[in-house]
Design a protein around this ligand. Structure first.
Ligand SMILES: NC(=O)C1=CN([C@@H]2O[C@H](COP(=O)(O)OP(=O)(O)OC[C@H]3O[C@@H](n4cnc5c(N)ncnc54)[C@H](O)[C@@H]3O)[C@@H](O)[C@H]2O)C=CC1
Ligand SMILES: O=C(O)C(=O)COP(=O)(O)O
Length: 469
C-alpha cells in the first residue's frame, strides 16, 4: 500500500458524495483512485438526487494554526487539499468563524478546541494536534461527534529532556543571573551556592516518554534518579520508583514535572509540596502551566526554600511571538520576573528543528490516512481501526465508514443494510461510548451507494457516515 505521503490524489478524482449527475462508472471508476476523501457532514446531509456534484480533492479545506512546520504543510498541500496556514493561534471568536468552514484543523498546544468551539465546526471530521499534549481539545465532545483527534506521542520528547538537562546545570550554577549581570556590565565571580550536579538527586514526577528519556541523560551525568508515577513502571538504568510524591519531594535536590494536564495534576505542586521539598532544592516545570501553583512557588523562592526554578509553561500563554508576558495575562508575571535564579522560557520545550519537522510529517500523514482512507490508527479519542487499502484497480467498490453510538443492536442493523452488497472486508471496534465500523463493499453503483448512505444516516445510533470511493 502506498504510504499516505505517496497517495497523490488528482483534482476531481475523488468523489465525496454520491453523484447522480455523473454516470456511475465515471464516479466509481475514477482514473486512479479507489478512494475518495470524506463526505463532509454538511455536504453529506445535503445529498439530494439530481443536484449532486462530485467532491474534488481541492474541496478538502484545512486550517493550520500556530506555525505548523513546513514538512506538515507540504504533505497536506501535496494531496491537493486547500491549506490555510496561520502563524499564531486565534482568539475564540475568530476561531469559531474559521472553523465553521473546514474539514480538518491542525493546532499545537495553544489553541483551545472546547465544546463551544467544536459545536460550530459543522464540517470538521478530524483534528491534528501537532504536539504531544491533547489537553487543549475536548476529546470526549470530539469523539461523541465523530471527530477524530491525532497527535504526535513522542517526537519532541527528546527535545524536552535535553532542555531540562540544560536547565539543571544552569540553575545549579546560577548561569542565568551571571549572564544577566554581564549583560548589564557587572563582573560577579562567585562560587557560593553553586554546585556540580554529579551525585545530586533528580526527582522526576511522571515517568513517561519525557521522564524516562530524561532519566537516562541525567544518570549519564552522574545524577541519582528517582521518580514518582501513578503507574508502576520499569526503571531505566539504576533509577528507582518511589511510592509517594512526598517521598520524592523529601529526597530530591532537583524536582521536575512531566505529567499531563489532568484534573488530578492541577496545582500538584503547591504550598504543601514546597514544604516537603529540601531547603535549597530546585523546581522545573516543562509540562503544563496548571501543574504548579505559581504564587506558592514565588513564596517558596522568596523564603529561600527553593533555590531556583525553570518554567517553560504557564496557565495563560500569549497567542503569538511578540506578544507581551505581563500581569494582564497572569497576575504574578511581574513577581516571577523579579526573582533571582529563575529561568523563564516561552514554551519552547518541544521547539527544535528536529522535533517540529518530525511532528509535521507524522501528524499530517495520520490526517491524510484518516481523510483518504478512514484509518484511525493512532487516534487518541476513537477506537483504532484500519483495513488494508482498497485495490486501486477494482471497479465499483467503496469503503463505508460508520461512526456510531456504542449501544446494543447497532451491528445487526448495519449489517442488514450492508448485507445487500458484497462485503469484502469489515472491521469494527469501540472505545467508551463510540464505535467505529469500516467495511469495503464491491459491485455497487452510485444509486446503491446513495441508498445505503441514506439508510445508515437514518439509524438512530448514527454519529457520522462517510463513504469513500
Ligand atoms: N514544554 C513543552 O514544550 C512540552 C510539554 N509536554 C508536556 O509534557 C507532558 C508529559 O509528556 P510525556 O512524557 O510525553 O507524557 P507521557 O504520557 O508519556 O507520560 C506522562 C506520565 O505521567 C504519569 N502521570 C499521569 N498522572 C499522574 C499523576 N497524577 N501523578 C504522577 N504521574 C502521573 C503517567 O502515568 C505517565 O507515565 C505532556 O502531557 C505535555 O503536557 C510535552 C511535550 C513538549
Ligand atoms: O507537545 C506538547 O505537548 C507541547 O507542549 C509542545 O507544544 P507546542 O507544539 O510547542 O505548542
Amino acid at each position: 500500500m502506498a504510504s499516505a505521503q505517496d497517495i497523490k490524489l488528482p483534482a476531481g478524482a475523488l468523489a465525496h458524495q454520491v453523484s447522480l449527475s455523473t454516470s456511475p462508472s465515471a464516479v466509481l471508476h475514477s482514473p486512479l483512485s479507489s478512494f475518495g476523501t470524506s463526505i463532509p457532514r454538511a455536504a453529506a446531509a445535503s445529498v439530494s438526487a439530481k443536484q449532486l456534484k462530485p467532491f474534488a480533492t481541492e474541496d478538502v479545506k484545512i486550517l493550520l494554526l500556530e506555525n505548523v512546520n513546513q514538512t506538515g504543510r507540504d504533505v497536506l498541500a501535496g494531496q491537493g487539499y486547500q491549506v490555510e496556514f496561520l502563524k499564531t493561534s486565534l482568539p475564540e471568536d475568530e476561531l469559531i468563524e474559521k472553523i465553521r468552514d473546514v474539514h480538518v484543523i491542525g493546532i499545537r498546544s495553544k489553541t483551545k478546541l472546547t465544546a463551544r468551539v467544536l459545536k460550530e465546526a459543522r464540517n470538521l471530521i478530524v483534528i491534528g494536534c501537532f504536539c504531544i499534549g491533547t489537553n487543549q481539545v475536548d476529546l470526549k465532545y470530539a469523539a461523541d461527534h465523530g471527530i477524530a483527534v491525532f497527535n504526535s506521542p513522542f517526537s519532541n520528547s527528546r527535545s524536552v529532556a535535553e532542555l531540562v538537562i540544560a536547565e539543571i546545570v544552569v540553575l545549579a550554577r546560577q548561569l542565568g543571573d551571571r549572564s544577566n549581570e554581564m549583560h548589564n556590565g557587572t563582573w560577579n565571580k562567585v562560587s557560593n551556592k553553586c554546585w556540580e550536579i554529579r551525585g545530586k538527586t533528580l526527582g522526576i514526577i511522571g515517568y513517561g516518554h519525557i521522564g524516562s528519556q530524561l532519566s537516562v541523560l541525567a544518570e549519564a551525568m552522574g545524577m541519582n534518579v528517582i521518580y514518582y508515577d501513578v503507574v508502576n513502571l520499569m526503571a531505566m538504568g539504576t533509577t528507582r520508583q518511589v511510592a509517594t510524591l512526598e517521598d520524592l519531594l523529601g529526597e530530591a535536590d532537583f524536582v521536575t514535572c512531566h505529567v499531563p494536564e489532568l484534573p488530578e495534576t492541577e496545582n500538584m505542586i503547591g504550598q504543601k509540596q514546597f514544604e516537603h521539598m529540601k531547603t535549597g532544592s530546585y523546581l522545573i516545570n516543562a509540562s503544563r502551566g496548571s501543574v504548579v501553583d505559581i504564587p506558592a512557588l514565588v513564596q517558596a523562592m522568596r523564603s529561600g526554600k527553593v533555590a531556583g526554578a525553570a518554567l517553560d509553561v504557564y496557565p495563560n500563554e500569549p497567542a503569538g511571538n511578540g506578544d507581551y508576558f505581563t500581569n494582564d495575562l497572569n497576575s504574578w508575571a511581574a513577581d516571577l520576573r523579579g526573582l533571582k535564579n529563575i529561568i523563564l522560557t516561552p514554551h519552547i520545550g518541544g521547539s527544535t528543528e528536529e522535533a517540529q519537522s518530525a511532528i509535521g510529517v507524522e501528524v499530517s500523514q495520520a490526517l491524510v490516512k484518516y481523510v483518504n482512507e478512514g484509518t484511525t490508527q493512532g487516534a487518541v479519542n476513537l477506537p483504532e481501526v484500519a483495513l488494508r487499502s482498497l485495490t486501486m484497480d477494482q471497479p465499483n467498490c467503496a469503503r463505508v465508514i460508520y461512526i456510531h453510538q456504542n449501544i446494543p443492536g447497532v451491528l445487526r442493523k448495519v449489517n442488514e443494510i450492508l448485507g445487500d452488497h458484497n462485503v469484502d472486508k469489515q472491521m469494527t471496534d469501540s472505545r467508551d461510548d463510540v464505535a467505529y465500523l469500516m467495511a469495503d463493499i464491491s459491485d455497487v453503483d452510485t444509486v446503491m451507494l446513495k441508498d445505503l448512505y441514506e439508510r445508515l444516516e437514518g439509524l438512530s445510533s448514527r454519529i457520522m457516515t462517510r463513504i469513500l470511493y
